[in-house]
Ligand binder design. Structure first.
Ligand SMILES: NC(=O)c1ccc[n+]([C@@H]2O[C@H](COP(=O)([O-])OP(=O)(O)OC[C@H]3O[C@@H](n4cnc5c(N)ncnc54)[C@H](O)[C@@H]3O)[C@@H](O)[C@H]2O)c1
Length: 371
């Protein structure tokens, strides 16, 4: 595993570049950053980059996606790891509370778990932070009046939308389906629930892998978009009846429930790629005989040997994270930036740096063996 982490860290080229800068500028000197994001090799690269900027880190993972080797690697480098892998919601809740009760100066949140708890037990000194996901933005938006802190939503950067949600989630969900099931996609009827940025990528990648793809989307405009992109757009129940594989990626609760079990073909496979397992009623559907992958937890992060999204996409997203936390730490954004997208100047900087690194590195012969 250490080989894999080293491989990831070496290929997070943007994070390595910003880390060299943070060694000098130390924007987080004297500050503690609390994190509640999946702990796996790419987040290791992010957390160690923040540490290079002078931060103390207190970190826990997310439900059912924490990798023990990543925790051990970070703990060995001075990061305070709270808890470890768990699929027990009550245990995970206690881990999140422990991070919050350490009263960090900045929070790097994923799903709104840390900021929502910070409201229940506020402390002086919390400057603000970042939120990674669509689901977290939806949870924190109604709390703006109470939060009154700069909180930058990484998901709402156009870079995250196209680099991670569309391209990378689509690729990693396809990769995870094939790795977990060892089944082909050719000629399979695949139904994708949700045609947002993630759903577009999932639908496109399965089509590119020779599946016959249908999209179920509750927004009529996006349903039209799916149709014009060349996908089938049957009514919901018909889409479930015809599917060999069903994938939800909406961020919404109760998208497919146990009451839908009679609609499934014998042998049909169901997976969720949305942030929260609540999209599908995994236990009820499994009891009714539907094959549910990874217990309804994110299929690209929770299965055996999970790889998650590609290194390059996460390098981009995590560099946005580091730059946004830097902006909150040095006061260049204030409480008027409460649950708002990444500032355009940060998007421009990260995009230009990536293009320069890739173009500048085209003729480099640097290489190492894959883990
Ligand atoms: N697995 C990963 O690696 C990963 C990465 C990024 C985001 N996510 C998660 O994926 C989910 C989707 O993200 P997104 O950026 O595509 O969001 P989005 O808001 O762009 O798209 C979601 C779409 O789902 C549709 N929808 C909602 N309820 C529906 C229903 N019942 N039936 C059909 N369609 C429905 C909405 O109309 C919308 O078009 C979120 O939970 C997000 O946090 C997962």
């Amino acid at each position: 595993m250490d080989d894999r982490i080293a491989w990831v860290i070496e290929r997070c080229r943007l994070l390595r570049a910003i880390g060299d800068e943070l060694d000098e500028t130390r924007p987080f000197a004297g500050l503690t950053i609390g994190t509640g994001i999946h702990l796996e090799p790419k987040t290791v690269a992010l957390i160690l980059t923040l540490q290079r900027g002078g931060a103390d880190l207190v970190s826990t993972g997310n439900l059912n996606t924490t990798q023990q080797d990543a925790c051990d690697y970070l703990a060995g480098r001075g990061v305070r790891i709270v808890g470890g892998p768990t699929s027990d919601a009550a245990e995970h809740d206690a881990f999140l509370w422990e991070v919050v009760r350490s009263q960090p100066d900045l929070l790097l949140d994923n799903g709104g778990d840390l900021f929502a708890r910070a409201l229940d037990e506020p402390w002086d000194g919390l400057r603000g932070g970042t939120e990674e996901t669509t689901s977290g933005r939806a949870r924190l938006e109604p709390l703006r009046d109470r939060l009154r802190l700069p909180i930058l939503v990484i998901n709402d950067s156009p870079i995250k939308q196209f680099a991670e949600n569309e391209h990378a989630v689509g690729q990693s969900v396809l990769e995870s389906f094939m790795r977990i099931t060892n089944l082909s996609t050719n000629g399979k009827r695949v139904t994708v629930f949700g045609y947002g940025s993630c759903g577009r990528g999932v639908a496109a990648n399965f089509r590119n892998a020779h599946a016959v793809v249908a999209v179920v989307e509750r927004d009529p405009v996006k349903r039209l978009q799916a149709l014009l992109d060349g996908f089938l757009v049957p009514e919901r129940d018909a889409a479930l009846r015809q599917a060999d594989v069903v994938i939800t990626v909406t961020g919404a609760p109760g998208v497919v429930t146990a009451a839908d079990a009679p609609l499934f073909k014998p042998g049909a496979i169901l997976a969720n790629a949305g942030h929260v397992p609540w999209e599908i009623e995994a236990d009820g559907l499994a009891s009714a005989g539907v094959t549910v992958l990874t217990g309804g937890h994110m299929v690209n992060l929770a299965g055996p040997r999970p790889l998650g999204n590609s290194i390059e996409s996460m390098d981009l997203g995590f560099t946005l994270q580091a730059r946004c936390l830097e902006a909150v730490a040095n006061g260049s954004v204030d409480a008027t930036a409460c649950v708002v997208p990444v500032p355009a100047a940060i998007d421009d900087l990260v995009a230009s740096t990536y293009v320069a690194l890739v173009d500048g590195g085209r003729h480099s012969s640097r290489s190492s063996s894959a883990p």
